[in-house]
Design a protein around this ligand. Structure first.
Ligand code: SAH
Length: 464
């Protein structure tokens, strides 16, 4: 019995797929890379932009012949296309799908497969097998601990850990609150158990996830609980690094910034989207802060956390965005010189406030021009930031191999490649940076031979 999970979208989906994989393996399923060979195929979906949604329809289309040839294959649809309250129309829209799973909920598929196994077992009157299935399912960890799926156990170095599900903030462009439901923070004990279990299986770094992660605890009336959670996790033996994302500017307290600065395992890396550099656009997005407020926040983060890297998200071409308003975004990024900007062209999403009350009036070629302008700007900014690393020695946690060389991240989440014959997966290594490009760097590990020049050039061509 084999399963395959196809995942797109945010890191929360990655974490949800991992939990689902773990649950399926408890039922006796084994991972396969090949969807055609799987008995259970799950599509874990994203609808944050039309482009993501289109990918799902393409993938579903590709599964149709498989389902026709092997009707016993179980097809499950999970995530934001399904939503936290799946509408009955889903079954009509996707007749090839057997089970629908709301975001972060593996239960419907576990129940479906258990019921099916029970039917099969009853038919074969194999009560022993039936009892075994139920025992397996009930033996699962209830306290938040996670048994990694087999193909990740021992090789996964950096893992994602949900700490807040859902979102209450309702930015006008965003479909996530309606698909992921209201904000729910996980109890700290459960998160600690989850992280401990990951560390026991070789994980060295965790990234705590929430749509607005700095609102952790707000739903139980705690207005500043994330620093306390970070403090508890900082004490987990064997864990080396902690990150958290995504923060909203309005909830970044000084206590939180001080926790990042003080706690040795919490990395100097903050993800805090600005979305736009114009007050009218921000108000229309209902973000709840001004450009100047964001500017002051960046200043406060930089003062309290020396050496910090700040990442942001940008939407270009939002409803009514004029050339001058776009220029505001461009100028803000040129001024702040942030370490990374995830840039998206606005994509209208049915059901959002913007789709009902505002007009998606920036033509697509203009959105593309604005996206490219910001991309070019960040290319230069990131190039300069990385170039300043050349000759410096940085701490890199090795999380995998890429093109025959080790790949890892600095404390500030910058990508570094280096050559080394030693088995370094999961190890933190001092690396001297010898080459830099805008999106990655190459270096030499302490005590390692110098890289061959030909390879550095080949990688530069590949990576940049
Ligand atoms: N909760 C986070 C972001 C979640 S979605 C926040 O508070 O900002 C991830 C990113 O997708 C967003 O930051 C935004 O830049 C982008 N995004 C969300 N809705 C979008 C839409 N309708 N069109 C284009 N980009 C969108």
């Amino acid at each position: 019995m084999r399963y395959h999970i196809w995942t797109i979208g945010c890191q929360m989906n990655t974490a949800d797929s991992q939990r689902l994989g773990s649950d399926l393996e408890r039922l006796g399923y084994v991972w396969t890379d090949d969807a055609d060979a799987a008995d259970v195929v799950v599509l874990n979906t994203c609808v944050v932009r039309q482009q993501a949604e289109d990918k799902i329809y393409g993938r579903l289309g590709a599964l149709r012949p498989l389902k026709a040839a092997r009707p016993d294959t179980v097809v499950a649809l999970m995530g934001c296309l399904v939503g936290h309250k799946p509408p009955p129309s889903l079954r009509r829209r996707f007749p090839e799908v057997d089970v629908f799973l709301p975001p972060s909920e593996s239960r419907p598929l576990v129940d479906f497969l258990t019921a099916r196994a029970a039917e099969d077992a009853a038919r074969e009157i194999d009560r022993e097998q039936l009892a075994a299935r139920w025992t397996l399912q009930d033996a699962g960890p209830a306290d938040g601990a996670l048994v990694l799926p087999g193909h990740e156990r021992g090789s996964l170095v950096a893992a994602h850990v949900p700490v807040v599900y859902g979102c209450n903030w309702v930015c006008t462009f965003c479909i996530i609150p309606s698909r992921r439901g209201p904000e729910r923070s996980r109890p700290a004990d459960e998160i600690v158990a989850h992280v401990r279990s990951l560390v026991e299986q070789g994980v060295r770094e965790v990234t705590l996830l929430g749509q607005i992660v700095d609102r952790y605890g707000h739903d139980w009336g705690a207005s500043d609980a994330l620093p306390d959670l970070l403090r508890r996790l900082d004490g987990v033996d064997g864990l080396e690094r902690i990150r958290f994302l995504t923060s909203h500017p309005n909830f970044m307290t000084d206590r939180l910034l001080d926790a990042v600065a003080e706690l040795p395992k919490v990395m100097e890396h903050i993800e805090v989207p600005v979305q736009a550099g114009d007050d009218t656009v921000l108000a229309r997005m209902k973000r709840g802060y001004t450009v100047d407020g964001y500017r002051r926040l960046v200043d406060r983060i930089r003062r309290r956390i020396p050496g910090v890297a700040i990442h942001t998200d940008i939407i270009v071409g939002f409803c009514g965005e004029t050339e001058a308003q776009f220029q505001g975004t461009y100028d803000l990024l040129a001024e702040l010189r942030l370490d990374k900007a995830h840039i998206a062209k606005y994509s209208t999403r049915p059901g959002t406030v913007a789709s009902k009350l505002l007009v998606d009036d920036v033509p697509d070629d203009e959105k593309e021009r604005r996206r490219k302008a910001i991309d070019d700007l960040q290319h230069a900014v990131c190039g300069a930031i990385n170039a300043a690393h050349v000759g410096r020695t940085v701490e890199v946690l090795v999380d995998g191999r890429d093109k025959q060389r080790w790949r890892g991240r600095t404390r500030t989440n910058k990508l570094v490649f280096f050559d080394d014959p030693r088995p370094l997966l999961g190890r933190t290594v001092e690396v001297e940076i010898t080459w830099s490009g805008p999106w990655s760097m190459v270096g030499r590990a302490a005590g390692a031979p110098p890289p061959r020049r030909r390879e550095v050039i080949a990688l530069a061509a590949f990576g940049e």
